[in-house]
Write a protein that binds this ligand. Sequence first.
Ligand code: ZN
Length: 311
Amino acid sequence: MYWGSVRFYKQLIILVLALVLILPTTFAVRLCVENNRISKELEKAKTDNFANFILMNQNQTEYAWQSTNPETNDPNHEYEFDLEYQNLYPELYVGNIPVTVREPDAVYLTFDDGPSDLTGKILDVLMDKDVKATFFVIGKYLESEKGKNLLKRIAEEGHAIGIHSYSHEYREIYGSVENFLDDFYLTYNLISDITGKAPEIFRFPGGSINGYSSTIYKELIAEMIRRGFVYYDWNVSSQDAALHTSVRQIYNSVCLGTKQKTRSIILMHDSYDKGNTLKALPQIIDTLFDNGYYFKTLTRDVAPVIFGYSD
Ligand code: ZN
């Protein structure tokens, strides 16, 4: 008889063993596939949301600007915005964000944290190579005569100037949107007074998304875009923010980094202890020229490189 026979029990054991092995394996594989799908969707949703967020705010900028532009509206009418910080510094507006362009093969050298003891030497190299760059400057260094003169020289020699905060104290400026605006406004006024031209671009200290701004960065970006300022992160780093980066490392980081991008916004630093950046600069410029790139300055109509977006 089959039921209850040795053969029956043998086959039953094999069947049970097979089920014990196959079922969890199938389940695990399905779980993996599903997990993968969900994380991909999440990643996409994150990017899409950020893109929508920026677009949404660009539209709001247009609205906000039109509402506050004295040429198109009654200048005596006082507009009230919902959020208190939106009423701070009503003159801190630079108009509509323009249609931005992406120029392939363009490279943008950017120097953060100056002016410093190094600025004059950087300017000498740039002049010697006939290259224009962009300086994101720190307001507190513009209080001295020396700082003022360096900023004037940067402007006179045709380089672009953007705001990089007044204090550069992350805890302070990223404490709230109000704090950021207070600090920003100081540098905005200093640059305007010294150069006669109001700055229209900026770089967030630490980049637009960093450990200090993580709780307010969306609100902060929305507010700055509403006011018409364009901010630039970077897609190539010289790695010179770290201490003791060698001349060779800086050169390699920039030259290899630019090769992987269609256009490059290159992060470098202009402070007294960045002598290696200065040393690497002439060779970097020569190599980038040899590789067919051309140097441009950042202006509001250059499409920004923004963390969270692929360029
Ligand atoms: Zn900085």
